[in-house]
Design a protein around this ligand. Structure first.
Ligand code: PLP
Length: 501
């Protein structure tokens, strides 16, 4: 039988194009027609160069393209530190409500009171969840929250006349954005090692704490998925030398409703609405990294923030924008990622206080369940009860396979790979975060795949080295794919070249 390829996604819209075919989705004209000057009229419609496709052709083309990507709606996505939990569809519906989606950022406050109330409530809820004095919704990513907080810390020390504080302490397990934000904010970063239990080394921290330290950036649970057991001592140590403590809140999915970072002494922390509060991320849309601050730093938060005005003569309170007294200014035009606020607001409403707590507990339970199922098959980086994620090593006795081979092979089994080669302190790291939204059946199926791969690694290592075998695109030269991007539609050789490499 001849090989017939009818998958539209293999062809560009130009290759699918047929002369004379088209889609007319223009509504009937409901305004008076105007004659255009002759010079502006196109003489020859054939040379516009637009592809001729029917509506059905277009739908199939894009549906097929979308199916070539892995997605959280398509399968298990245990990408460590990213909290790829289910994004509830009701949150999407809410974000599309006309009053939200069609409002303009320059509308006068009195015409967008509902939007301002939503932002106000979200600020209040995040304050409560994190244990902070104030929250600004400005930053549009966790990393931007980090930068914002560091700029606030810089302003704080300038205000106190302490310009000699130029160092930010960062654990060696930290996310790469921490040192990057530090450099962007004009500080120097000093790496603090982890101890053999996977916690921050207290002796090293003590030795580093002096009057040149502006602060410490701490992720808790850290990126090994472990709770910083000495958190109170750590915070005291930094405060005693006059520094501030930044909390990287990316891992709040393990703590929300259980522990409040502000109560632990954290001075300022970003939340990732797109991780903890179930809003889409990655290719799925913009992020949001609100910042919570304690008493010392609240006045430096970026504006605009929303304030409630209670009026004795009116039944309903009003809402207005304001800028904190010593603000570092704006981090974005307008208000941040408003559509994401609506989704996170809907998410918090759906779950309530008790639900958020249950989510965190189940996230931790799921991670520990999976960790126990994989015990003995892959080496564990630190053999301790974990929080919402854990780190394995992609190494098998008697096999040459590496973390990257195991990850690529997982795609053939229908699973998104975990985060790999991070944290940097674990060789061949496989960082697995199942999240609370996955069922026991899914976790069992994933564990079975990981076990099957471990057996293949010994008997058929070549299958792993050359994986994936079932995806639309095979093993890529990832460096070249990133450096020599070819985005032109008509360049059909790209895929062949990459596949050959
Ligand atoms: C995701 C993450 C960040 C950065 O957040 P973005 O929203 O991706 O900018 C920072 N730290 C940790 C530990 C993270 O997992």
């Amino acid at each position: 039988m001849p090989e017939i390829d009818n998958r539209n996604s293999e062809k560009t819209v130009y290759e699918l194009s047929a002369v004379g075919r088209g889609t007319n989705l223009m509504p009937e004209c409901d305004v008076p027609k105007t004659e255009l000057p002759g010079v502006l009229l196109r003489k020859d419609t054939e040379t516009i160069g637009l592809p001729g496709l029917s509506e059905l052709d277009v739908v199939r083309h894009f549906v097929h393209l979308s199916q070539r990507n892995f997605s959280i709606d398509g399968g298990f996505y245990p990408l460590g530190s990213c909290t790829m939990k289910y994004n509830p569809k009701i949150s999407e519906t809410c974000a599309r409500f006309e009053g939200f989606a069609q409002s303009h950022p320059l509308q006068p406050d009195e015409t967008v009171q509902g939007n301002l109330k939503l932002m106000y409530d979200l600020q209040e809820w995040l304050k409560e969840i994190g244990g902070f004095a104030a929250v600004s919704l400005q930053p549009t990513a966790g990393a931007q929250g980090e930068l914002t907080a560091l700029l606030m810390m810089r302003a704080f020390f300038r205000n106190c006349g302490e310009t000699g504080r130029t160092q930010i302490l960062i654990p060696d397990s930290a996310h790469g954005t921490n040192p990057a934000s530090t450099t962007m904010a004009g500080f120097e970063s000093l790496e603090i090692p982890s101890d053999k239990h996977g916690n921050l080394d207290l002796a090293a921290l003590n030795a580093a704490c002096d009057d040149t330290v502006a602060g410490l950036m701490l992720t808790n649970p850290n990126t090994l998925g472990l709770f910083e057991r000495d958190i109170e001592t750590i915070v005291r140590c930094v405060h005693d030398c006059g520094g501030l403590v930044y909390g990287d809140g990316a891992n709040m999915n393990a703590l929300a409703g259980v522990v409040r970072p502000g109560d632990l002494g954290i001075d300022v922390m970003h939340y990732n609405l797109h991780k903890t509060f179930g809003t889409p991320h990655g290719g799925g849309g913009p992020g949001s990294g609100p910042l919570g601050a304690g008493d010392k730093l609240a006045a430096y938060l970026p504006g605009p923030m929303v304030r409630r005005i209670d009026n004795a003569e009116k039944p309903d309170p009003g809402y207005m924008l304001f800028t904190p007294e010593k603000t570092i200014g704006r981090m974005n035009s307008y208000f941040g990622s408003f559509g994401v606020f609506v989704r996170a607001y809907a998410y918090i409403l759906q779950h309530g206080a008790e639900g958020l707590k249950q989510n965190a507990l189940h996230a931790v339970l799921n991670a520990n369940y999976l960790r126990e199922k994989l015990r003995g098959i892959y080496p564990l980086s630190h053999d301790r009860t974990c929080m919402h994620e854990f780190v394995l090593q992609g190494k098998i006795d008697g096999s040459s396979v590496r973390a990257v081979d195991i990850s690529k092979r997982l795609l053939d089994y229908g699973f998104h790979p975990p985060t790999i080669y991070f944290p940097l302190i674990v060789p061949e790291a496989l960082m697995i975060e199942p999240t609370e939204t996955e069922s026991k059946q899914t976790l069992d199926a994933f564990a079975d795949a990981m076990k099957a791969i471990a057996l293949e690694a010994v008997d058929h290592s070549e299958t792993l080295h050359s994986a994936p075998h079932t995806t639309p695109v095979g093993r890529l030269d990832e460096v070249r794919a990133a450096r020599q991007l070819k985005l032109r539609e008509d360049d059909r050789k790209v895929k062949d070249n990459l596949n050959k490499a």
